[in-house]
Design a protein around this ligand. Structure first.
Ligand code: SME
Length: 179
């Protein structure tokens, strides 16, 4: 009697998942900021939902937000011991490490709350990774235990585009990572 063993290439098993992944974001031309977020969120949920790797999901979220809103810089800093360490981002090169309680990012982590900074010059201790960035939002990313695992940072070179609507929806985006 012969026993045949069939080895399937690993990638073959992944085909159904990769096949259904959307290749591009669908956003209505001329949509308001709120409409854009409402259209974006389910797509970001689908994009990250089947993928357990946090780095991969952070990378795609940063890319999607950058593509949708065209901000100067958007990305993640991850908590590693007593520091934040630069994670996936879109935009110019940035500071790699931020201490807890320092800058907007380190403060959002220490105080476990989102920070909207309409003018970075008015925020004592702001860390200027780029002199062109003038406004900023930092939102904590919580893990399943409710601890801050990372922060999501958005920087703008314009004073007038980041507001409470962004904070509200960016908190929902951050909530997609540890579900
Ligand atoms: N401005 C941030 C530092 C990070 S960068 O802007 C990318 C801060 O004050 O924490």
């Amino acid at each position: 009697m012969y026993i045949f063993t069939i080895f399937l290439p690993k990638n073959l098993l992944k085909v159904p998942f990769t096949t259904f992944m959307a290749e591009k974001l669908v956003l209505t031309t001329g949509a308001t900021k709120e409409e854009k977020y409402r259209q974006l969120l389910p797509q970001l949920g689908a994009l990250t939902g089947g993928e357990p790797d946090i780095t991969a999901n952070m990378a795609n979220l940063a890319a999607a937000l950058h593509q949708a809103f065209g901000w100067w810089w958007v990305g993640f800093y991850r908590v590693q011991d007593d520091e934040l360490v630069l994670g996936p981002f879109q935009g110019p090169i940035a500071c790699t490490r931020i201490r807890k309680g320092k800058g907007v990012c380190g403060t959002a982590w220490a105080e476990k709350r989102s920070l909207l900074v309409p003018d970075v010059n008015a925020f004592p201790g702001h860390i200027a990774c780029s002199s062109l960035s003038v406004a900023e939002i930092v939102v904590p990313v919580y893990d399943a235990q409710g601890e801050v695992a990372a922060v999501l940072d958005v920087d703008s070179e314009r004073y007038d585009i980041l507001d409470e609507t962004d904070v509200h929806y960016l908190e929902q985006v951050a909530g997609l990572l540890y579900r």
